[in-house]
Design a protein around this ligand. Structure first.
Ligand code: BT5
Length: 251
């Protein structure tokens, strides 16, 4: 089903702007944040031509087959680290509601279904000198993206690959935003513990940023604690984590 402003207006009780095609919803949300967008305002697009991942990576969101949205949030500065967790928790709930049972969060912010990436979250903080103006919470979800014949074939999945039934993207957006609102109403401790419980790498041997070790725990600020040997531990604040349990072991 196609997305339109009218269809979304009938579903969303919030301030939003819909675009058929944009470079990146995060860029438009940042501009809107700076121009005074209210907390919770959302930029929604049918297609992104230059969707972004972390560290300048590309996020693939072709027309008609995915969710691409960015929410303007104005949290207190001490709650900034929670925004990533709230985004991942909202998507996790969405995919479970859609009928995907084998779901998990891969640290820090990928939502996986059957071990493959169905969604990515990109949060960007907007500062004016040392004052936080707000945070853009950008979320991409694959609904019926066809990855056959692409580089992402082995690592990416779409919701409809699992449901085997058509999903209504406007309805998915409504549900996702509701879940985000719901998590925002919880305490920092509840959010952190829920996010931690859904992480699928804890207790596993992993490689992260070239370092191998046991993914022991996460901190309330979202960092991953890696135990490298009997004495050593390291806190990783950003990076990509890979399951290494098949390739090595620690004594
Ligand atoms: C992310 O980055 O996963 C964050 C993606 C955030 C996308 C949203 S869409 C709305 C908003 N506007 C934007 O411009 N961005 C946000 P990262 O962890 O760096 O993962 C990027 C990597 O995921 C790429 O290098 C690919 O390997 C892979 N990838 C790209 N597109 C994908 C897709 N559609 N499904 C699964 N994997 C994908």
């Amino acid at each position: 089903m196609s997305l339109s402003h009218e269809i979304l207006q009938g579903k969303l009780a919030r301030c939003f702007r819909f675009y058929r095609s944009v470079d990146s919803t995060n860029d438009l949300a940042k501009d809107w944040l700076l121009a005074g967008a209210p907390d919770g305002a959302a930029i929604i697009a049918d297609e992104q031509r230059r969707g972004r991942g972390r560290q300048g990576r590309v996020w693939h969101s072709p027309p008609g087959v995915a969710l691409a949205l960015s929410v303007v949030l104005r949290p207190d500065e001490e709650d900034v680290a929670l925004v990533n967790m709230i985004g991942a928790l909202g998507v996790y709930d969405l995919v479970r509601q859609a009928g995907c049972d084998e779901a998990g969060i891969k640290w820090p912010n990928d939502v996986q279904v059957n071990g493959k990436k169905v969604s990515g979250v990109l949060t960007e903080n907007v500062w004016e000198s040392d004052r936080l103006l707000g945070v853009v919470l950008g979320i991409g979800v694959n609904v019926r993206v066809d990855f056959a014949g692409t580089d992402l074939h082995a690592s990416a999945i779409s919701l409809e690959d699992v449901t085997q039934a058509p999903l209504d993207r406007a309805e998915l957006i409504r549900q996702l935003l509701r879940r985000i609102d719901c998590w925002r109403g919880k305490s920092a401790k509840e959010i952190f513990l829920a996010w931690r419980r859904r992480l699928n790498m804890l207790g596993k041997l992993v490689t992260v940023n070239g370092v191998q070790g046991l993914a022991e725990d996460v901190t309330p600020s979202g960092a991953l604690k890696i135990k490298t040997d009997k004495a050593g531990a390291l806190l990783v604040h950003a990076g990509d984590v890979f399951d290494a349990s098949n390739t090595w072991s620690i004594e």
